[in-house]
Design a protein around this ligand. Sequence first.
Ligand SMILES: NC(=O)c1ccc[n+]([C@@H]2O[C@H](COP(=O)([O-])OP(=O)(O)OC[C@H]3O[C@@H](n4cnc5c(N)ncnc54)[C@H](OP(=O)(O)O)[C@@H]3O)[C@@H](O)[C@H]2O)c1
Length: 247
Amino acid sequence: MNENDHDAARVALVSGGSRGIGAAVTTALTQRGCRVGCTYRTRREDAEKLAADAPEQVLPIRFDLHDDTTALTAVERVVSHWGHLDSLVLNAGQWSGGRLVETDPDAWWSVIETNLRGTVALARAALPHLVHGTSPSIVLVSSVVGLIGHAGDTAYAGAKSAMIGFGRSLAKEVARDGIRVNVLAPGFVTTDMTDAVPVSARRRIERETVLGRFGTVEEIAKAAVFLSEDATFCTGSVLTVDGGWAL
Ligand SMILES: NC(=O)c1ccc[n+]([C@@H]2O[C@H](COP(=O)([O-])OP(=O)(O)OC[C@H]3O[C@@H](n4cnc5c(N)ncnc54)[C@H](OP(=O)(O)O)[C@@H]3O)[C@@H](O)[C@H]2O)c1
């Protein structure tokens, strides 16, 4: 790699890149030659391992969905390190379930806040830089439960639905700046997040999924990279990657 290659490389920021889907997106983007700011909250060593696997291509950055200042500093670190920002993948999120009548109101709102606040803060912080990017784009990692609903998930699904409305509206706001905004709606994917799903529920979900299994993080990452890098005539779209669970 010479100096000019480095300057020409696309630069992405992936939130929640330390593990699960975000780590797979980080790896897939680096395999395409991108430089990636990869955020972690608790798992710094996992983000550093990704950086060790792709030297000079991955920059681990601390980011907390609850703290807007970390959104600003994450974007600033990427831009000061590589000089520009072309793509943002808003993947960091947390699942917490429970039927509405059994969930404490503060706990319910906390799920909404966790999944939306930092996502919006990162988008807000990145936009002034994305306008100067090359084929700039934002990908929001929502969920298929935000499209069709799921009992026991009113808060999580509510936050994921809000990401869809947010993303589609933002797509209309920033199209004039050449920025594409798309939403990825994964179905059930094997990660730490779904490790908490009880075996009986897992079997039910597998039966409900037309392809008969949970997805892999690599399958979701391919779709995220498509929306981020290749889908130059897509904006405001919602791409479902769920093995047919929502059919
Ligand atoms: N897995 C699924 O079946 C599935 C399905 C549909 C949608 N999704 C969505 O896909 C995204 C990734 O899910 P995943 O399954 O890969 O999750 P995961 O394995 O639990 O990883 C979550 C990632 O988000 C980061 N994170 C969690 N809470 C955070 C917070 N408060 N502030 C900043 N970062 C935080 C974690 O950072 P640390 O590890 O450093 O703490 C980690 O990098 C989420 O938005 C999720 O809702 C997942």
